[in-house]
Design a protein around this ligand. Structure first.
Ligand code: 2BA
Length: 109
């Protein structure tokens, strides 16, 4: 068995959860925050049998879209300590950041 930890954009989360559940996968949704953009994203925990792993990953890949976002980063102004001015940078977020872990034990009490 594998535990899939998928960090996805909020915009894709509902559709991804519906698609996974329609195909019989169990899903836990966590409200999370990206460290770089400091804005909300969604982390899904999906425990899957090895035989269904590829099908699950295919759904995640199909549903999650990459998008461009503008982030504001501080930059030090030349030579003057302590002066900062924000400037916009474009980053491409997602589709999904996925970690896969092997599960030693899966127990339901
Ligand atoms: P954030 O940390 O908010 O990052 C959002 C996007 O900003 C990233 O998209 C990436 O394109 C860009 N980015 C992140 N760190 C950067 C940096 N130091 N310099 C320039 N650009 C940077 P993704 O790579 O698709 O990541 C989406 C979200 O997935 C991340 O949101 C974070 O919540 C999570 N994530 C990504 N890599 C991770 C990792 N190695 N471990 C844990 N979480 C991760």
């Amino acid at each position: 068995m594998k535990l899939i930890i998928a960090i996805v954009q909020d915009e894709d989360a509902s559709r991804l959860i519906s698609s996974l559940m329609n195909d019989g996968f169990g899903v836990t949704k966590l409200a999370t925050t990206g460290g770089f953009l400091k804005s909300g994203n969604t982390t899904l925990l999906v425990g899957v049998d090895d035989s269904k792993f590829d099908a699950c990953m295919a759904i995640i890949e199909k549903v999650c879209k990459s998008r461009k976002q503008i982030a504001t980063s501080p930059v030090t102004m030349g030579g003057t300590a302590g002066m900062y001015a924000p400037y916009p940078i474009e980053v491409t977020v997602g589709g999904a950041t996925v970690f896969v872990m092997t599960v030693d034990q899966f127990v339901k009490y």
